[in-house]
Design a protein around this ligand. Structure first.
Ligand SMILES: *Cc1c(COP(=O)(O)O)cnc(C)c1O
Length: 372
């Protein structure tokens, strides 16, 4: 059995350090928004290269708090992708705004920046690019369009910590960047957690207030906020893991190159492409194949933990039915949704395992062709 991700293997390498850090928190008596959260926020601002970061309860909270902080709400439109995790578009619905779905670049799974302008209306307030699978979007084009049309940009970096576009970390191009520390993310806690990156001091102060019941001063509430405080145990764990993130991301990149080589001879498999001048961190290694559902089943039966991210495009989800999209409206998204499959990817994956994954995938494809 080769799982899609094996968190236990990572724990085996750094468990002692984590246990020490967690025990220190337990003994400290400070459990929420304490010294570890403060230190983590400073360390991540330095690592990512922004003025401020704000620790939160989840990536989902980061996204909707970002929208709130920019006063995006009822009547406003946010241009984003239908090929992402639901939290991206759910956050737009949470604040009462309307997601407007764009096409995406068939090669990189990201947005096709050239198509954004067709979707801009007088109600458009923001663009929300998603650096899906750890692949940076074409930020030059997106920022150029945003500037010309006076739109905010909120980057969904939940799968992309450490990913760079032209040498600069994602989450530092737009007005706000949103990160997740969900356990399976490249930098994952052992519980929920999230983070906002921001350069504007005013926005930072508003976000700090929104995360804690709408007030910067205790028991003074200026607006309706939420409880989205990051806890000390998660922050302490993340501080330990942050020391390893570049090493882990580099392992992922090497694994991606290895998969590319192992799969190169099979013309039925489209391996992931990288945009020029990007540093991808391969949260997922996702290929496109024909007969995907059948092959997915065969892989599972062979003990390969391949997964479908994501099996239903968001414009076809019940939660967004009220937007009135129908099948056929986003043909590239729909076609890709039918073809994608993500293969096992985590830093501790071995070459032997990668060879098994690749040869099994190729033989499943051959078998499925023979059946037709
Ligand atoms: C994981 C993820 C989120 C949500 O993060 P949570 O911490 O699980 O709330 C949002 N967007 C994308 C693209 C994600 O992968």
């Amino acid at each position: 059995m080769i799982p899609i991700i094996d968190s236990k293997r990572q724990y085996a390498t750094i468990g002692a350090e984590i246990e020490k850090a967690v025990c220190e928190v337990l003994r400290s008596g400070s459990y929420i928004l304490g010294p570890n959260v403060k230190a983590l926020e400073a360390e991540l601002a330095k690592y990512i290269g922004c003025n401020y970061t704000v620790g939160l309860n989840s990536g989902t909270d980061a996204l909707h708090i970002a929208l709130r902080a920019l006063d995006i709400g009822v009547g406003d439109e946010v241009i984003t992708t239908a090929f992402t995790f639901v939290a991206t578009t759910e956050s737009i619905e949470i604040v009462g705004a309307t997601p407007v779905f764009f096409f995406f670049f068939p090669d990189t799974f990201n947005i096709d920046a050239d198509k954004i302008e067709n979707l801009i209306t007088p109600r458009t307030k923001a663009i929300m690019p998603v650096h899906l699978y750890g692949q940076p979007c074409d930020m030059d084009k997106i920022m150029d369009i945003a500037k010309r049309h006076n739109l905010y940009v909120i980057e969904d970096c939940c799968q992309a910590i450490g990913a760079k576009y032209k040498g600069q970390n994602v989450g530092t191009f737009g007005d706000i960047g949103c990160y997740s520390f969900y356990p399976t993310k490249n930098l994952g806690g052992m519980g929920d957690g999230g983070l906002i990156t921001v350069n504007s001091e005013n926005l930072k102060n508003r976000i700090i207030a929104l995360r804690n019941h709408g007030g910067a001063i205790r028991y003074h509430h200026d607006e309706v906020g939420v409880n989205s405080r990051l806890d000390e145990i998660q922050a302490a764990i993340l501080r330990v893991k942050l020391n390893y993130i570049d090493e882990w991301n580099n392992s992922r990149r090497n694994h991606a190159l290895t998969y590319n080589e192992l799969l190169a001879d099979c013309t039925d498999i489209q391996t992931p492409k990288e945009l020029a001048d990007t540093h991808c961190v391969y949260h997922q290694y996702t290929v496109k194949i024909p007969n995907r559902d059948e092959i997915h089943k065969m892989l599972q039966e062979s003990g390969i933990g391949a997964m479908l991210y994501y099996p239903i495009p968001l414009h076809m989800q019940k939660v967004h039915a009220h937007l009135g999209y129908k099948m056929g409206d986003l043909p590239i998204t729909e076609k890709n949704t039918e073809m994608v499959i993500s293969l096992p990817m985590f830093p501790e994956l071995t070459l032997e395992e990668q060879k098994t994954v690749a040869s099994t995938l190729i033989s499943c494809i051959e078998k499925s062709k023979a059946l037709v």
